[in-house]
Design a protein around this ligand. Structure first.
Ligand SMILES: Cc1cc2nc3c(=O)[nH]c(=O)nc-3n(C[C@H](O)[C@H](O)[C@H](O)COP(=O)(O)OP(=O)(O)OC[C@H]3O[C@@H](n4cnc5c(N)ncnc54)[C@H](O)[C@@H]3O)c2cc1C
Length: 451
């Protein structure tokens, strides 16, 4: 059943409401579980498409007054079900996709939430700038969705993640009021806690982002591409860490275990470490020397740097790669775990031991996708038979291992429906619930996901 007729009529007086037959398109996102036959899909009561913040504010207010739930929709590329409506009105942000201003002097872009990252990047590139945020879903994800899931891009070593990129937000709160999380142009402020961070990673549960001020950077034409092979995955991890200890921080440093290396670079490929960076020629030369000396001293052998180009091109061919596996009757899910350096080897050892043992799992690969002085993101790809039991056991095992090794079960994909039961011990849940109750007493905004 859709929205009750009187409310639907009121909604349609303030904002575009899509024809009911469109609802179905909004009832799933990229959450792999939804590919299972017995999986419960979402249910959209109606889809509204605002064209400005005033319409957003009025629609939010009306939903709260009418006791309706509201789920925002950016690109729908969430892999956790965070943008799946559960008996909710969907707010499609695609009409709010303007770049409002590029402030070159202060290196800031102000943008509406429905803009795709790839479109923002293309416009900035034309002016000689970059946003520096390149998730693999770069062509799918919108600014609002990316900030709301606290995503991160593959060049995080240089540009950080969504939280590092964002200077401030303009947000419609659940009562329909509009706030700016900072109203100065300053690059930093100690005037109170940073409420911008309250909405980054909130998965639309505390309000609707209606614009964002993001950092931009000068494009650099000079690149460094290096590839190395190692005997062991853990040895390669420790070599990557030693780069950071020398304060050598490439934009990209990725380490692949044999299984994933063979899948990405060709059969029987060994453990591989890729470096990608961009800077002025002199900085690039110094970085290349430091990387070479450090990695070869730790047992690495230099490999064909063309493998970096292969990765740069192939990373966006996910639909093609997944299509082959889906066509063969499998499903594929990815697990992105954030771990400290000291816990990562044991965590990886347990993942390798336990996950392939789960009945129905037919393939398993791992790589490290992001490195920090304090730890790394261990990214696992699991190929399995499309069976709900296998799927549930996989995520239970991942959750238990993360807990045991004090790791996070979500380095950058967010929580959604998939992980809401797995993260409660990771965050001060009751504090967040109090904030949710204070801001959203009618529980309007995307309930039952993160909060
Ligand atoms: C092939 C593939 C590769 C991926 N690679 C990466 C990766 O490298 N890095 C990474 O971080 N993620 C990755 N993801 C996950 C996904 O792309 C990100 O979570 C993405 O940032 C979500 O953006 P979206 O616009 O599609 O959001 P949606 O899926 O539409 O929404 C995500 C959440 O944000 C909320 N939301 C959307 N817009 C707003 C708004 N304006 N205000 C408030 N809440 C809002 C939604 O309600 C939902 O809770 C990948 C996904 C796929 C399918």
């Amino acid at each position: 059943m859709g929205v009750a007729a009187p409310i639907l009529k009121e909604l349609s007086e303030i904002v575009e409401v899509l024809p009911e037959e469109e609802n179905r398109k909004y009832e799933s996102d990229r959450w792999v579980y939804l590919r299972l036959e017995d999986a419960r899909r979402g249910h959209a009561l109606a889809v509204v498409r605002p064209k400005d913040e005033r319409q957003v504010a009025q629609a939010v207010k009306l939903c709260a007054r009418g006791g309706l739930r509201l789920t925002c929709r950016g690109g729908g590329s969430s892999v956790t079900g965070s943008s799946v409506p559960i008996d909710a009105v969907v707010m499609d942000m695609s009409m709010m996709s303007r770049i409002i201003e590029v402030d070159r002097e202060n290196m800031v872009v102000r943008v509406e939430p429905g803009a795709r990252l790839s479109d923002v990047e293309a416009q900035l590139n034309r002016l000689g700038y970059t946003l520096g945020q390149f998730p693999q879903s770069f062509h799918l994800a919108t600014v609002g969705g990316y900030l709301s899931t606290m995503g991160t891009g593959e060049f995080s070593g240089e540009y950080g993640g969504a939280e590092d990129s964002c200077l401030s937000l303009r947000v419609v709160l659940p009562d329909g009021s509009i706030v700016d999380t900072r109203s100065t142009d300053a690059p930093r402020s100690s005037a109170g806690p940073d409420t911008t961070r309250l909405f980054i990673g909130a998965e639309g549960s505390l309000g609707v982002i209606v614009s964002a001020r993001l950092k931009i950077y000068r494009l650099s034409a000079h690149t460094v591409k290096l590839a190395y092979t190692f005997q062991e995955f853990i040895q390669a991890l420790s070599a990557a860490k030693s780069l950071l200890e020398l304060d050598v921080k490439p934009a990209v440093c990725r380490v692949y275990n044999e299984q994933e290396s063979s899948y990405v670079f060709g059969q029987n490929s060994p453990v591989m470490l890729l470096i990608y960076h961009f800077r002025s020629p002199r900085i690039a030369e110094a970085l290349t020397g430091e990387v070479r000396d450090t990695l070869t001293a730790r047992g690495a052998k230099e490999a064909d740097a063309g493998l970096v180009d292969k990765w740069l091109v192939d990373r966006f061919k996910y639909d093609e790669q997944l299509g082959t596996l889906y066509g063969a009757g499998y499903i594929v899910d990815t697990v992105e775990i954030g771990s400290s350096w000291s816990n990562a080897p044991a965590l990886y050892g347990d993942l390798v031991k336990q996950l392939p043992q789960i009945e129905g799992v037919v393939g398993f690969g791992a790589h490290v996708s992001h490195i920090y002085n304090q730890g790394a993101c261990v990214y696992i790809t699991v190929i399995m038979k499309p069976n709900a039991n296998t799927y549930t056991r996989l995520w239970e095992a991942v959750g238990a291992l993360c807990k045991a090794h004090r790791a996070t079960v979500s380095h950058h994909h967010g929580v959604g429906l998939l992980k809401s039961g797995l993260v409660k011990h990771e965050i001060p849940f009751s504090l967040l619930e109090q904030i949710k109750r204070a801001l959203d007493p009618h529980n309007t905004m995307n309930p039952n996901k993160l909060l």
